[in-house]
Design a protein. Structure first.
Length: 286
């Protein structure tokens, strides 16, 4: 019996420490995430209330009779379907071009061990978009495409290409060179080795780069508000215009903001496992 008691006490103590550790972890996650959840829930509450409830005092936290009228109103009175179409075209086009250009560029930088070019890409990534705005605006006016979806897509490449290149460099650096060397010995040229060997292995990284680039492009506001025309606005610009130049109604504004947020939110939720897997694969050196 004496030999059993210490282990029993140790077992209880270990379980208690493990339980306290989980409680502390959940509490820390709650503290970090709760502000974002509160803001999202409050936006949802505003979008489901009548305007008289949104300006009531004391505030009504959640309506007794929710309504979808605010969502119908923004699509009925504003051209949000056109703005959503513009956002899809611009973000999808900018992401696709960034993958076509950025993935081979990242492969060349990683295999050529051009750390200087990698740092240049990093500088381009952290440089404020305002630094590119005036040169791009003058260029688009000069060649006659100002205010078009093409101009807006090209401007978003400033966001998407550095994102793709910077994410993909680590994946290609982690790749075992023996795999490509074996392909070269078997008669492949460098392009065939890249397409047949490197790209399939780096597929999780390509998915992560595409998702992050698309989200960054979708949420971009600066280029859209200056470069886009009246018929080529994207959704973030449309929400901003509703807040500044049109009548300020909190219900429709909150509904419009949720419409903008929903695609990025759903994309993140559905592919969160791929994002975590890809980021983990890119952070471990092979």
């Amino acid at each position: 019996m004496e030999s059993v008691m210490p282990s029993s006490k140790f077992g209880l103590s270990y379980r208690a420490k493990k339980l306290l550790g989980r409680i502390a972890l959940f509490f820390a996650v709650f503290v970090v995430v709760s502000p974002a959840f509160f803001v999202f829930f409050w936006m949802l509450s505003l979008s489901l209330k009548h305007e008289i409830d949104n300006i009531a005092y004391p505030p009504i936290f959640f309506p007794d009779q929710p309504t979808l009228e605010n969502y119908f109103k923004i699509f009925r009175e504003s051209n949000y379907l056109l703005y959503a179409y513009n956002s899809v075209i611009v973000s999808g086009g900018a992401t696709l071009i960034a993958l076509l250009v950025g993935v081979p560029a990242a492969y060349g930088i990683a295999k050529g061990k051009r750390q200087g070019l990698g740092m240049l890409i990093m500088i381009a990534r952290i440089t404020p978009g305002l630094s590119y705005l005036i040169p791009l605006f003058i260029l688009f006016r000069f060649i006659g495409i100002s205010g078009s979806l093409l101009a807006l897509t090209i401007s978003h490449l400033v966001i998407t290409i550095p994102m793709v290149v910077w994410v993909m460099i680590s994946f290609f650096e982690d790749m075992h060179p023996e795999l490509e060397e074996a392909g070269l010995v078997d008669g492949c040229n460098i392009w065939q080795a890249f397409v047949s060997i490197a790209m399939p292995i780096a597929r999780p990284g390509i998915a992560v780069a595409a998702i992050l680039a698309f989200i960054q492009s979708w949420n971009n506001f600066l280029f859209g508000v200056v470069i886009a025309g009246r018929e080529t606005r994207t959704l973030p610009v449309a929400v901003f215009n509703a807040m500044t130049f049109e009548q300020l109604s909190w219900g429709p504004v909150a509904a419009a903001a949720l419409v903008v947020t929903l695609p990025s939110l759903l994309l993140t939720i559905f592919v969160q496992r791929d994002i975590v897997t890809g980021l983990a694969a890119g952070s471990v050196k092979g």
